[in-house]
Write a protein that binds this ligand. Structure first.
Ligand SMILES: [Zn+2]
Length: 295
């Protein structure tokens, strides 16, 4: 049984079948007047999979042929890897911010023989995309990825916020923590009632905003802790990571969170370097963080 529900008028959320941390939601916006469908993210071929998306579309009284576009909040595999198959089978267009183009184009090369530019279209901050009764404004919110976007209907006060804040720590090598902090502050100023998130169920604005505020506190707390560690001795990035994050031994932690947190610690150190508080040096062929002491 596919699990899906109508989370707002004519917006349906398909929940992933497996671990919600590793598999993302797919949203379907139905336009009852002209029978067009928009997908906000579409998951990977593993979860929910194109056949499941089609099954839900049929059960809400539409035809998969009605899919006219997929808007991608970002290009991560759990959100966007089904794009090539969907684009080919329905001839729909896939929208993405240009900074996240490379990874999305990669799925076309990996999963199909089709030229990505036959299907991919770029969107930018401030664009407004009409999807049935909704007017979705593109809000560029880099940090988690450099091309991450949120989609905001100002009148209906609905926000699709993708992976803005999924696990409080996953970002890419090209991104910066300052970008993520600016994006979080941008969202905190937005007047929405409900957030439709990339992972998990819908959240009311006050609950969602509380998480964003906590995230800013966590950033500060971590950096205070890193400086305390470095007061005692110089440390490798992996040592700082293992002191900051408490790991239970699981495959998910080993394969996903540990490498992601390594990048996160690097990003904290870059911020501390910018502030003149710490620096990264080479010692015994390893990258080591050192406290900068001001005499
Ligand atoms: Zn992501």
């Amino acid at each position: 049984m596919v699990k899906y529900k109508e989370v707002a008028d004519n917006i349906y959320q398909i929940e992933p079948k497996r671990d919600i941390k590793l598999n993302a939601n797919t949203f379907i916006i139905a336009d009852k007047d002209n029978k067009k469908l928009t997908l906000i993210d579409c998951g990977s071929p593993v979860d929910p999979g194109v056949e499941t998306i089609f099954e839900v579309i049929r059960s809400i009284g539409f035809d998969p042929e009605n899919i006219s576009k997929i808007i991608n909040t970002h290009s991560h595999v759990d959100h966007a890897a089904s794009v090539p198959q969907l684009a080919y089978e329905t001839k729909c267009k896939a929208y993405i911010h240009k900074n996240d183009f490379k990874m999305l184009a990669g799925y076309f090369i990996y999963f199909s023989n089709y030229h990505p530019m036959k299907y991919i279209r770029f969107i930018k901050d401030g664009d407004v995309i009409k999807c049935g009764e909704y007017n979705l404004k593109v809000v560029h919110s880099p940090g988690h990825t450099i091309g991450h976007i949120c989609l905001f209907d100002e009148d209906k006060k609905i926000l699709f916020n993708g992976d803005m804040l999924p696990f409080i720590r996953v970002i890419e090598q090209e991104s910066s923590l300052n970008d993520l902090i600016s994006s979080v502050n941008k969202i905190l100023k937005m007047d929405f009632d409900i957030a439709l998130r990339g992972h998990g169920g819908p959240a009311k604005s006050d609950i969602e905003k509380e998480k964003y505020r906590k995230f800013l506190d966590v950033i500060q707390e971590r950096e205070d802790n890193i400086l305390k560690f470095l007061e005692k001795n110089d440390m490798r990035i992996s040592e700082i990571r293992d002191k900051l994050f408490n790991y239970k031994h699981s495959v998910v932690n080993k394969l996903f969170f540990k490498p992601a947190d390594y990048i996160m610690v690097q990003k904290h150190l870059e911020r501390l370097e910018d502030q003149g508080k710490a620096e990264l040096i080479r010692k015994d062929e390893k990258n080591v963080a050192r406290l900068i002491k001001i005499d």
